[in-house]
Each structure stands twice: as structure tokens, then as C-alpha cells.
Design a protein around this ligand. Structure first.
Ligand code: HEM
Length: 396
């Protein structure tokens, strides 16, 4: 079996499940060469991914969670993004924003998110066709992040375009385009600092600028890294779940009909299954702090250890009939949001966004049909279509 988990072409059309299956069966902790780096261990079984994600005393998130070492903090010197810190430093930073993302806090946003979902479908419903990614799925996370941060909704849309470039593999972009997108994000973030310091409001950006870590205010680069993390983490993940999820439902019309038949009752389990099925975040990397053994493999201090969430989510050792889309699956302890200290902070908001958007789309839009083949994001980090032209009929 030819194993290539680096080339973005391996992820066009979806995650390489045939490679993942071979790896889980023959080499669950597999040494993968890296043409421009030292190589890495690819971890594909659920129980090992779980152990690495929780085992932060052995598997560090520093210096970066990307496979390429060069992808650091966007040139902000010694400053780090929370995603690339270990406890206890990470715990202090996460605490700064945790209260905005609890389940009760997320539920307070439910009404507004439902209203946004209605507006998004209102804008396309009479057209009979649209690019589901840009016109529907992408709009929701862009708007929600803009509202959280206290920014104009149109700016949310522009920031989301930058996120897409940042998550595209470097070889699929013109030279320097990734760094330019990060620089633009920081430039925009500097404007936010200026505006929110002058006119603080009841939003996350103002709160971040006012809060204290270790008895001091955040420095500008620390705010910028928080800003980049939140915009990046919230954008094409949720978008890809929605687009990849609809694509999966369109491929199995009888399951789509079953879901529609009792949407409110069936949506929660279906949403979890779509998360397991699509696993929008392909991987997170850790770096071994000391020698360790993992499923029989000898990991050396400094080795890169890469967790493949999509592979873990199809592990027959964890899930019965893992390659079947079972919208009523229960239990469904997938790991699409990760686990451990870095487990997705936005997961409660993400679930509310997904439910609101799917509810609106499945009730008001009917007879979906692809108007052209979906175009996939050339990325080995984030999985999903970047364009998906569809035709549909408005429900009577
Ligand atoms: C379907 C949508 C989403 C998926 C699949 C997803 C997945 C993930 C994953 C896999 C991680 C890393 C977990 C780990 O290392 O164990 C993560 C981290 C994170 N996510 Fe999400 N995410 C989604 C939506 C969101 C949203 C909507 C937000 C914000 C509103 C968000 C904010 C974050 C943040 C801040 C982190 C970093 C947490 C930390 O370092 O402590 N995510 N997410």
C-alpha cells in the first residue's frame, strides 16, 4: 500500500480511508517520511490517538501542532498561540476565554444563531442554485465569529477567506501566500485592538483586551495570536462539516429522507454521526518530550507524533460498522473535536451552528443535486469541499 499523508492530493475527494484502514491493521504507529523534515509517526487507531491527545506530559503541543516545524506563530517572536502551549501555561490562557464557550453560554446564543441561519437561507432560497460552501455553509461560522468578536458581519466573511488560504497546503498556493494571509489577519487584528481599546463593548475582543494573565494585561502579539486562533479554528471546520455532511446525505437519499421524517428528534444523533464521518480536522501533531513506547513503536525524544482523527473515527476497534453512515448511531464517542486539555473549546457553539443550519436547509431546501463536481480544499490539515455548486427546489 502506497502511504502518503502529506500530499494534499491524498485528501482530494475526502480523507484517504483506504490508507487509514491499511495503517490501522498493519502499522498503527507508522513511521512516515517527510521530504523537507525529520519524518513523523502517523497514529491511526482510536485508542492510541486518545492516549496521545490526553498524554500531554509525554506528548507536547510545543513548538507547533503542524507537521512542518516552520509553521509557527506567524513571526511574532517568542509569543505562542494557546493551541501550541502545554499545561500549566495553556490552562491559564484557556481560562481567559473558557466562560464564553461553556454549554450554557453557547445556549444563550441559540436564538441569534437560528436567526442567522434563516437569513442565510433567505438569501439563496429563490435562486434555485448556489455554491453551498460559500453561500450557505461558510456564512454561518463567519457571522458567528464576527458577532462573538464584535465585528461587522461582512468583515467576518473576509476573515474567513484568509482562514481558507492559511489552511491550504503551501504547495497548492503561490509562494508566500500563506504568510501574506497571516500578516493580513494580524493587520486586521491590530485595527480591532485600536477600536476595542477606544470603544470597549460587550464582546470577546474587548474582554480579551481587558483581562489579565499572571497579573498583567495581554500584550498585543498575545491578543493577535488569540484572534488568529479563534478565527481559524471556528471557520472552515464548521463550514466543512456542513458541506461534507450535506454531501454525505445527498449520497444516501433514503437516510436523508429518514432524517427529515422526524428532524428535531433525529438531528442530535445525526449531527454527531456527520462529525464522526467527515472529521473536518485531519490531524494535530505532538512532539515527544522523552522516549516512550506507543503500541509497540519506540518513540524517541523530539519525534513528531501525528494523530489522525478521521482514521480514529473509523476504527472498527471502537465503532461497529465504522464505514456505514448510521445517523442513529449510539453511543457515538467520536474524537472529531479532539480530547484532553486542547479538546475543542468551541464544540458547544459548533453544535448549535450545525443544528441551526441543517434544520433550516433540510426544511426549506429540497431535491438537492450537484450542479458540478465539488472542488476540494488542497490541504492535508483540514478536510472538506471548498466549492460545491448545487441545485435545489424551495419547499412549498
Ligand atoms: C465542526 C466544527 C469544529 C471541529 C471539527 C473542531 C475541531 C477541533 C479540534 C480537533 C481541535 C483540537 C483538539 C485537540 O488537540 O485535542 C480544536 C481546538 C479548538 N477549537 Fe475547534 N472545532 C470546530 C469548531 C470550532 C468553533 C466553532 C470554535 C470557536 C467558536 C472552535 C474553537 C477552538 C479552539 C479555541 C481550539 C483550541 C483549544 C485549545 O488549544 O485549548 N472550534 N477544534
Amino acid at each position: 500500500m502506497q502511504i502518503d499523508l502529506l500530499s494534499p492530493s491524498s485528501f482530494i475527494g475526502g480523507q484517504p480511508h483506504h490508507q487509514f484502514q491499511w495503517l490501522r491493521e498493519h502499522a498503527p504507529v507508522h513511521w512516515h517520511d517527510e521530504p523537507s523534515g525529520r519524518g513523523f509517526w502517523a497514529v491511526t487507531r482510536f485508542e492510541d490517538v486518545w492516549a496521545v491527545d490526553r498524554g500531554f506530559t509525554t506528548y507536547s503541543s510545543e513548538p507547533t501542532i503542524m507537521i512542518a516545524d516552520a509553521v509557527g506563530n506567524g513571526g511574532l517572536g517568542p509569543y505562542k498561540m494557546m493551541l501550541m502551549m502545554d499545561p500549566p501555561e495553556h490552562t491559564g490562557f484557556r481560562k481567559l476565554i473558557r466562560s464564553e464557550f461553556t454549554q450554557p453560554a453557547a445556549h444563550l446564543r441559540e436564538g441569534r444563531i437560528a436567526e442567522l441561519a434563516r437569513q442565510i437561507v433567505d438569501a439563496v432560497i429563490s435562486k434555485g442554485e448556489c455554491d453551498f460552501v460559500a453561500d450557505v455553509a461558510g456564512e454561518m461560522p463567519s457571522f458567528v465569529m464576527a458577532e462573538l468578536m464584535g465585528l461587522p458581519l461582512d468583515d467576518g466573511r473576509e476573515l474567513y477567506k484568509l482562514t481558507e488560504t492559511i489552511h491550504t497546503s503551501a504547495e497548492a498556493l503561490p509562494p508566500g501566500a500563506g504568510q501574506a494571509a497571516v500578516a493580513k489577519m494580524f493587520e486586521y487584528g491590530m485595527g480591532v485592538i485600536k477600536e476595542k481599546r477606544a470603544r470597549p463593548a460587550d464582546d470577546l475582543a474587548s474582554k480579551l483586551l481587558a483581562c489579565e494573565v499572571d497579573g498583567r494585561k495581554l500584550e498585543d502579539p498575545e491578543f493577535l495570536l488569540f484572534f488568529l486562533l479563534l478565527v481559524d479554528a471556528a471557520g472552515d471546520t464548521t463550514r466543512n462539516l456542513l458541506s461534507g455532511g450535506l454531501l454525505a446525505l445527498m449520497a444516501e437519499p433514503e437516510k436523508l429522507a429518514w432524517l427529515r421524517a422526524d428532524l428535531d428528534a433525529r438531528l442530535p444523533a445525526a449531527r454527531e454521526e456527520l462529525l464522526r464521518w467527515t472529521s473536518p480536522v485531519i490531524y494535530m501533531r505532538r512532539t515527544a518530550k522523552h522516549d516512550a513506547e506507543l503500541a509497540g513503536a519506540q518513540i524517541r525524544e523530539g519525534d513528531k507524533v501525528v494523530m489522525y482523527f478521521g482514521a480514529a473515527n473509523r476504527d472498527p476497534g471502537k465503532f461497529e460498522r465504522p464505514d456505514e453512515l448510521d445517523l442513529a448511531r449510539a453511543p457515538n464517542e467520536h474524537i472529531a473535536f479532539g480530547t484532553g486539555p486542547h479538546g475543542c473549546l468551541g464544540q458547544h457553539i459548533a453544535r448549535i451552528e450545525i443544528d441551526a443550519m441543517l434544520r433550516e436547509v433540510l426544511i426549506r431546501m429540497r431535491d438537492f443535486e450537484l450542479a458540478a463536481e465539488p472542488e476540494w480544499l488542497p490541504s492535508n490539515f483540514i478536510s472538506g469541499p471548498k466549492a460545491m455548486p448545487i441545485r435545489f427546489r424551495a419547499a412549498a
